[in-house]
Design a protein around this ligand. Structure first.
Ligand code: FEO
Ligand code: CA
Ligand code: CA
Ligand code: CA
Length: 709
């Protein structure tokens, strides 16, 4: 019997078990706002929905553990949604499944060679030097930047992929029977883990209906936690609380950690959000100068053995290192030599993502959830405006010329080099993210939403509360937001603006502590105690202005099983027994403005849905509003990440994260913990001795059409 202590080795899918927001007592404001009689949150087609109308639908049941092709589970002749694919049945088995009529191609896997000189994948010999040149572990966010930059080319581009964390016990051989797994980890293993974090930039193109890596691409790049230097910029850069012995300037960090979701800017840079950075730091906090700050981030809670081999991860040896993580990192994929930059103006917390939209006035707005129970929802509004990129494919001919009037009044035109124009636009945007205002959301019970500015000197954000500068406000964003009266939410994950409708969708994944044991009570936006299933929040900015101080909110769905009255789920009655989901996480909007939601149930999948995670199309408009349909599901133990469409909507890239890891004790026929030697699945290789490998898939429709119809 294995003695592997997974709690020590693996930051399990849900590292957010311990809420650290101390706001457990309602403020006077809360008491005034909170009332027992809730307004009807689900209007229109959803308004009449109680458990009753769905009672006739059969609950989903776990399918047999086979990799056989699945037929369509259901199809509705009266489907009120804009999605035309046949659903796949709920279930769990060793492999992935996509809707009939579609194909899912494995594009790149953990360990695949990426940079020149990279050796082939060899899981028996952990090797940081090799890993630095290979695709990293636990792919999460996926961005797609068409080539050439500024075009909408959907058959040639750069994939920007985050590598969030490592599953030590599934990555390395020989740990399953170790008495003290942390002690059994070698320095080579630890360094390999650091090198497997971060991100990858991968040039890809489509030919013959298949996507391919471009071998030897000059764009291919690894960003990792072992060696990649990263610059700190913005208001907190250089602050004494960011200085370390290795970096007395407080402006230069090695690496980025726990890169969950992210975003792509309009000028073609890649934003990597640092989420659960606390997992890497060991040490005690007693008498620590950053005790209050670090406790609020959940430290110490080291789940990795890194501090044994790298003293910068020991809080007592290097007290400020943990202040250098929890930021949003901007990477320029078009210059492999360009140093990534941590943009401190966007605040320091457990950023789930950083999806952005250009506001009507030209400013960029970046939305970001702080993924922990009872944490908050944020947006950042730049001070300056975005300089748009010229589109090399569609720019009118005259746009390629610049005019000059000579002394005699004669007009001369000169053709301007497109590359120079693109470079000029990019340069104009280069430091746009260093200046602007960070806001946190307060949701009223009346459906109103206020964005509260996190600005030093305003309200309680003063020296009296320990904020001597804007740098202090940004370093301790969570504490500042609590003082402002932000609304503690049910774990805000991805936040996705829909550029076609102007609405914004927030995945609130779950919160088992809501309303329990002295934790904050329910409110209309977080309406269920012991919420295991999550909800999708919809925000409508005032007059379409994403920079405005106010907005309105509504709940699109309350996730979970609609046939179980105890769950109190809310779906459009057109949602089938296979279509409802639990624990919304990453999401994407397709080029037609339709929402697609990926789920992350962690080890709770046997309870929350009875099936594996997947991708669900979720109608937001018309009579089908609130109807979900299952499009794709992952192999056992995996989480669904990264959905991203090409601009033509004909390819959907998805990231299968930590296959074989979560909840395998409940996997029929396996029913034990998964290890390197004995994994619940060997997806996607299914080869002896090869462990499961996190991988990115490219989904296309067999007839070449648009995903979802
Ligand atoms: Fe990295 Fe909140 O998921
Ligand atoms: Ca996630
Ligand atoms: Ca997203
Ligand atoms: Ca999650």
């Amino acid at each position: 019997m294995s003695t592997l202590d997974h709690a020590k080795l693996d930051p399990v899918a849900d590292p957010d078990d311990i809420p650290v927001n101390p706001a457990t007592e309602p403020s006077l404001d809360d008491l005034i706002q909170r009332r027992f009689g809730r307004r009807d949150l689900l209007r229109g087609a959803l308004g009449a929905l109680a458990a009753g109308p769905l009672a006739g639908l059969a609950a989903g049941t776990a399918a047999a553990a086979t990799a056989e092709p699945l037929g369509p589970a259901s199809s509705s002749p009266d489907d009120p949604t804009r999605f035309d694919f046949p659903e796949i049945p709920r279930g769990v088995d060793a492999t992935h499944h996509v809707a009939p009529g579609y194909s899912a191609q494995v594009l790149i896997r953990w360990g695949d060679p990426l940079l020149p000189g990279a050796p082939p994948f060899d899981p028996q010999r952990p090797n940081a030097a090799a890993q630095r040149r290979q695709f990293g572990y636990n792919n999460d966010f996926i961005g797609y930047i068409p080539l050439p930059l500024g075009s909408s080319n959907s058959e040639h581009g750069l994939l920007c992929v985050n590598h969030e964390y490592t599953n030590t016990g599934l990555m390395f051989p020989g740990l399953a029977d170790a008495e003290d797994p942390a002690a059994a980890l070698t320095g080579a293993m630890v360094d390999t883990e650091l090198a497997a974090h971060g991100g990858s930039i991968v040039e890809i193109h489509k030919a013959g209906g298949q996507w391919h890596l471009v071998p030897g691409s000059r764009f291919n790049r690894r960003i990792e936690a072992l060696t990649t230097p990263i610059r700190l910029s913005g208001p907190a850069a250089g602050h004494p609380r960011l200085r370390t012995r290795a970096d007395p300037t407080g402006t230069r960090v090695i690496g980025t950690l726990n890169n969950c979701a992210g975003g792509i800017t309009p000028w073609g840079t890649y934003l990597m959000a640092e989420e659960n950075f606390h997992l890497y730091f060991a040490g005690s906090l007693d008498g620590h100068p950053e005790q209050r700050n670090y406790a609020r981030c959940g430290m110490p809670a080291a789940r990795y053995a890194w501090a044994r081999h790298h003293r910068r991860f020991d809080l007592n040896a290097e007290p400020n290192e943990a202040n250098r993580f929890g930021w949003v990192v901007e990477v320029d994929p078009f210059d492999p030599q360009a140093m990534p930059v941590k943009r401190t103006a966007l605040g320091r917390f457990k950023h789930e993502g950083a999806e952005c939209i250009v506001n009507g006035d030209g400013r960029l707005v970046i939305y970001s959830g702080d993924d922990q129970r009872f944490e908050f929802l944020y947006k950042f509004v730049t001070a300056g405006t975005v300089t748009p990129l010229p589109n090399p494919a569609s720019a009118p001919a005259e746009a390629s010329y610049v005019g000059r009037i000579d002394a005699g009044g004669q007009v001369h035109f000169r053709k301007q080099d497109m590359r120079r124009r693109i470079a000029a636009a990019r340069a104009a945007n280069r430091d746009l993210l260093d200046q602007g205002t960070l806001f946190v959301a307060r949701l009223g019970d009346d459906g109103g939403l206020q964005w509260l500015p996190l600005v030093h000197g305003h309200g309680p954000l003063t020296a009296a509360n320990g904020f001597d500068s804007q740098a202090d406000v940004l370093i301790e964003t969570r504490r500042a937001a609590t003082l402002l009266g932000a609304t503690p939410m049910d774990r805000p994950e991805d936040v996705e603006p829909n550029p076609l409708t102007g609405k914004v969708y927030v995945s609130l994944t779950n919160n088992k502590n809501r309303g329990k044991d002295g934790y904050p009570d329910t409110d209309p936006a977080n309406p269920r105690t012991g919420n295991l299933w999550g909800q999708v929040l919809e925000i409508t900015p005032q007059d379409g202005d994403h920079a405005a101080d106010t907005a309105t909110w509504d709940l699109l769905v309350r996730a979970g099983d609609p046939t179980d009255p105890a769950v109190a789920a809310h779906w459009n009655p057109a949602t089938s027994a296979d279509g409802w989901f639990a624990c919304p996480d990453n999401c994407a909007v397709d080029p037609s403005g339709r929402l697609w939601v990926a789920t992350d149930q962690g080890g709770g999948w046997p309870v929350t849905s009875g099936g594996a995670d997947g991708i669900y199309a979720l109608e937001t408009e018309g009579p089908g509003r609130g109807t979900a349909r299952c499009f794709f599901r992952v192999p056992v133990g995996a989480e669904m990440c990264g959905p991203r469409f090409t601009p033509d909507g004909r390819t959907l890239f998805v990231a299968v994260q930590h296959p074989g890891a979560d909840g395998t004790e409940a996997y029929p026929g396996f029913e034990r913990k998964s290890t390197f030697e004995d994994p619940a699945t060997r997806w996607p290789d299914f080869a002896d001795g090869i462990p499961p490998r996190p991988s990115v898939l490219a989904i296309t429709r067999n007839d070449g059409g648009v995903i979802g119809g």
